[in-house]
Write a protein that binds this ligand. Structure first.
Ligand code: GDP
Ligand code: IMO
Ligand code: MG
Length: 422
């Protein structure tokens, strides 16, 4: 495969950054296709840890061309902060991506407060309000943002409307002139990087380059196929790549579904296999399960193969990359969700209505653990037999082969089972 999507198969934080960085060592181009700085992708190599939020995970490799595609929402101030301490990078930004401004963050917070108990638990990065403006045809695109006249016209058009809402809630109003001046710095900084990335990407495809499309979030957070309304405002599926990058659908050759060896979730919403016990807490500590973006403790649960089959169907997954396998090293017995029980019936799907989904009880199968440190394992054959059996069971239940597994956070702790580039 020459054009591979890296998809999160669960509720995000599956290790997409790590797997993208690993695959990027042999790739030419890395593209982020949706989301914004709600994402937090961790990449660790040579003893250094990098937390990426907006930038594609190839940004640390001077040989990779990185693209922020039209499906993204970009906070210029956050981009500036992420880029200023980096050197020797190649980056292009789509002129059609949408821009997140400070008032989008305030609206995000306001909406969450208004929802009260029904809040989503967003990252407060203004993602929902930016995509809302895009759909309402009130958004600001990068092409306009980097043109001072056009940016000013946008502010004249949109700020008075936003201020009516802020005033109604007794909140400080947006100072349009201050915002314009402050954001000129970022606009000037971004301008040389801005281009029509669809044209660029199609040229790379014509040249036969190896291209990775790096998803943010996970399929269960997809606006269409996730656990609505407890989702983000874009689609992390492989299906969203063509639209969000400006390429033909048939040019995507496959997807690698990144899957934790268990499940985590940040924010609110149903989670059938959630473990609210001591073992869950042990996994949280061992797996360092605290959000890269917000620092919130992640909710922990067993691996859920109903979710993985759902993801396989709605997104498409050619192979799996199973991460954080080492976190299960000391566990005597490991549970895997095989089906749900709903009204005394076994079901193998995620109900569309979130209230019905909340009533689903997981049906588990139990497999033995391995009680061995696997963090230095270099091949599938070196894994303890019980760990091999666990991976085989995942393959069997999901109906997809594992191409990569990962036994620690470092780039070196990544093991190929199948070469994806062949
Ligand atoms: P992403 O959002 O999908 O890129 O994932 P995050 O970076 O938010 O969260 C994954 C976390 O797991 C990060 O802290 C990684 O450093 C870490 N990680 C990734 N793979 C492994 C692994 O195989 N073992 C362990 N112990 N940690 C891992
Ligand atoms: P990466 O790319 C995990 C969650 C939030 C919240 C919901 C909506 O690191 O996997 P939003 O701010 O997008 O409106 O929040 O989605 N969420 C994530 N959870 N990993 C992420 O990204 C996430 N991005 C958003 O916690 O529940
Ligand atoms: Mg993350």
């Amino acid at each position: 495969m020459k054009r591979i999507v890296v998809v999160g198969t669960q509720w995000g934080d599956e290790g997409k950054g790590k797997i993208t960085d690993y695959l990027a060592q042999k790739a030419d181009v890395v593209v982020r296709y949706q989301g914004g700085n709600n994402a937090g992708h961790t990449v660790i190599f040579n003893g250094e840890k990098h937390s990426l939020h907006l930038l594609p995970s190839g940004i640390l490799n001077p040989q990779n061309v990185n693209i922020m595609a039209n499906g993204m929402v970009i906070n210029p101030s956050a981009l500036f902060d992420e880029l200023t301490h980096l050197k020797n990078y190649q980056l292009f930004i789509s002129d059609r991506a949408h821009v997140t401004l400070p008032f989008h963050l305030r609206i995000d917070q306001l909406q969450e407060t208004k929802k009260g108990e029904r809040k989503i638990g967003t990252t407060h990065k203004g993602i929902g309000p930016t995509y809302t403006d895009k759909a309402a045809r009130l958004g600001l695109r990068v092409a306009e943002f980097i043109n001072p006249e056009r940016f000013k016209a946008y502010l004249n058009r949109v700020v008075p409307e936003k201020n009516i809402e802020f005033e109604a809630f007794g909140l400080p109003l947006i100072d349009q002139d201050e915002l314009f001046v402050a954001y000129q710095t970022y606009a000037k900084f971004m301008k040389p990087l801005v281009t029509d990335t669809s044209i660029l990407l199609n040229q790379f495809i014509d040249q036969g380059k190896l291209i990775l499309f790096e998803g943010a979030q996970g399929v269960l957070l997809c606006l269409d196929h996730g656990t609505y309304p407890y989702v983000t405002s874009s689609s992390p599926t492989a299906a969203s790549v063509p639209l969000n990058c400006g390429i033909a659908p048939w040019l995507v050759e496959g997807a690698i579904g990144v899957t934790k060896a268990y499940t985590t979730r940040v924010g609110e919403g149903p989670f059938p296999s959630e473990m609210n016990d001591e073992l869950g807490q042990e996994i949280r500590i061992k797996g360092n399960e605290f959000g890269t973006t917000t620092g919130r403790p992640r909710r922990i649960g067993w691996l859920d193969t109903v979710i993985l089959r759902h993801t396989k169907r709605v997104s498409g997954i050619s192979y799996l990359a199973v991460t954080l396998l080492d976190v299960l090293d000391d566990i005597a017995e490991i549970n895997i969700v095989t089906k749900y029980l709903l009204d005394d019936k076994e079901i193998d799907y995620i109900p569309a209505d979130v209230e019905t989904f909340k009533q689903c009880k997981p049906i588990y199968m139990t497999v033995p653990g391995w009680h061995e440190d696997i963090t230095n394992v270099k091949s599938f054959g070196e894994l303890p037999k019980a760990a091999q059996a666990y991976l085989h069971e995942i393959e069997r239940l999901v109906g997809v082969k594992i191409a990569i597994f990962s036994v620690g956070p470092d780039r070196k702790q990544t093991i190929d089972v199948i070469n994806l580039y062949q």
